[in-house]
Design a binder for this molecule. Structure first.
Ligand SMILES: Nc1nc2c(ncn2[C@@H]2O[C@H](COP(=O)(O)OP(=O)(O)OP(=O)(O)O)[C@@H](O)[C@H]2O)c(=O)[nH]1
Ligand SMILES: [Mg+2]
Length: 312
């Protein structure tokens, strides 16, 4: 873990206080969300062994006395195959164009791929003047200590071998990212760690549990809508709908005699409870919505913020 991002900070910040946005980018499944959770010391973004877990940008806010760093988690850069994929790519490209610093996460457990070449080109085209730092992740699964195949991909400020999962090498990386930020004020209160609501995080936790418990195309065919989210004195009541694209997928998510949905519900409820630190009642239903990944108005409803036509 890195220096505690905690509320025992003074209201006043020093004159040379730094603040800015770091876009965290890379291929799907390289560990972007895992790294942001590790830097913050708490889970704000879901992470699974399946590619294309993150679908929209989400900010993690890291605050220390002398700096505030907004880490933007982005969907993994990949070739879009449907409206959802296009949306994800827009989100990532928008973030990397607009950052103060770009942080490119590479997975060193395997050699660089054509997809990494594509990312190098995207960075050169869209963000040629933004400082670039490389994080060489998953060093716990890398043979030896030669990382030249990765560092040769593009000109960069510095490269840091890290393990986001084990927490190795993160402190030096964070210190350098802060060095690269411009001077500026503290934009967010010290206790705010993300820009998304607990309602959205709850939906994401449910989606994570579905992704972890299912295989093949189901993880990508799932969307979660929080239908009702109410705090009463004793507990928080959450009604959620899990959407899939086909009847057969619905059957799998429900499972024999409801066993799968029960397991998903138990896992999600425990994690939401740990996050909000109060009792939770979670009600899950599964519905089929054919081809929702091409349905923009539905995707908007479940939290994917498509730009208005005129902003495109
Ligand atoms: N061995 C190892 N696994 C890691 C490390 N960092 C992340 N992982 C694993 O890699 C998988 C993907 O992690 P995520 O954080 O979801 O990756 P991501 O880049 O956010 O993926 P997308 O959201 O799909 O683009 C998870 O199973 C993580 O536990 C690491 O340092 N070492
Ligand atoms: Mg992610």
């Amino acid at each position: 873990m890195v220096e505690d991002s905690n509320p025992i900070l003074q209201d006043e910040w020093p004159d040379d206080h730094k603040s800015g946005v770091v876009a965290v980018i890379g291929r799907p499944n390289v560990g972007k969300s895992t790294l942001i959770n590790a830097i913050l010391g708490q889970k704000i973004a879901i992470a699974t062994p399946k590619p294309q877990t993150t679908r929209r940008t989400q900010m993690g806010i890291y605050t220390i006395q002398q700096a505030q760093m907004m880490l933007v988690d982005t969907p993994g850069l990949h070739k879009a195959r449907n409206r959802m994929g296009e949306y994800m790519m827009n989100e990532a490209e928008f973030a990397l164009r607009d950052a103060d610093v770009n942080l490119w996460i590479l997975d060193t457990s395997e050699p660089p791929s054509a997809a990494d070449g594509y990312i190098a080109q995207t960075l050169k085209d869209l963000a040629p003047n933004i400082p670039l730092v490389l994080a060489l992740n998953k060093i716990d699964q890398h043979q030896g200590d030669d990382y030249s195949a990765f560092t040769q991909l593009i000109e960069h400020e510095r490269a840091y071998p890290i393990s986001a999962l084990k927490g190795d090498g993160i402190e030096a990386l964070v210190n350098h990212l802060i060095d690269l930020l411009p001077e500026g004020p503290r934009y967010y209160p010290v206790d705010q760690v993300s820009d998304v609501t607990m309602r959205f995080i709850a939906a994401e936790i449910i989606r994570e549990k579905v992704m972890m418990n299912t295989e093949q195309e189901i993880p990508h065919a799932v969307a979660v809508e929080i239908f009702d989210y109410k705090d009463n004195e004793a507990r928080t009541n959450i009604d959620a709908i899990i959407y899939v694209e086909r009847d057969s997928q619905k059957g799998i998510v429900i499972g024999k005699g409801g066993s799968m949905i029960k397991q998903i519900g138990t896992q999600a409820r425990h994690e939401i409870m740990d996050t909000i630190e109060r009792p939770v009642h979670l009600d899950l239903r599964v519905k089929v919505l054919k081809n929702w990944r091409t349905n923009e108005s539905f995707m908007r409803r479940v939290g994917y913020r498509f730009p208005k036509k005129e902003d495109k």
